[in-house]
Ligand binder design. Structure first.
Ligand code: HEC
Length: 150
């Protein structure tokens, strides 16, 4: 009985030693690693805090980019704003379908003509009254009129 309890005490002591060694080793290691692991934790915590904001911003940018692309009107749609003058050739507006009117403009090149259309000239109001038209939309409408010219 007493042998048995002695053996058990030895065993307990052995386990205790192993546990203490383990804890000591952990503590030693931990105190060594402490500053680095804290920095890492802080960094990842900071990243976590920044990340959603960054993601939202990127998604917002992508979403608004898509919105712009989606809201980009077709040449025909933009042309409805130009029709009033350009379908009839009123005030010497180059007439839709008239090669005679468009040929000199085609010669000058679409980029030059686009600049004039954006700035306005004589009876041609700036952006042809389509103030919310992008340069691209105006350009496609001009291309549409140029393509009509025969
Ligand atoms: C209120 C009438 C009016 C509207 C609306 C109008 N235009 Fe014009 N546009 C003119 C007139 C007039 C000219 C001739 C200007 C000149 O050469 O003196 C002209 C000329 C142009 C030219 C030739 C510019 C050049 O360099 O010779 C382009 C391109 C053009 N318009 C594009 C457009 C587009 C695109 C729209 C629609 C988004 C539009 N216009 C709407 C009256 C209009």
């Amino acid at each position: 009985m007493s042998q048995n309890s002695k053996g058990r005490t030895k065993l307990m002591l052995g386990i205790w030693l192993v546990v203490m060694l383990f804890i000591g080793f952990k503590a030693y290691n931990g105190s060594n690693d402490h500053p680095t692991s804290e920095t890492v934790e802080l960094d990842s915590a900071t990243l976590d805090r920044i990340k959603p904001v960054g993601e939202v911003r990127v998604e917002d940018a992508v979403a608004s980019n898509n919105a712009i692309e989606e809201s980009e009107r077709t040449a025909e749609e933009v042309y409805t704003k130009c029709q009033a003058c350009h379908a009839t050739g009123i005030m010497e507006a180059p007439k839709f379908g008239s090669l005679e009117d468009w040929a000199p403009r085609i010669e000058r090149g679409i980029d030059e003509v686009l600049k004039v259309a954006i700035a306005g000239k004589g009876g041609m109001p700036p952006k042809g009254t389509c103030m919310d038209c992008s340069d691209n939309e105006l350009k496609s409408a001009i291309q549409y009129m140029i393509d009509s010219a025969k």
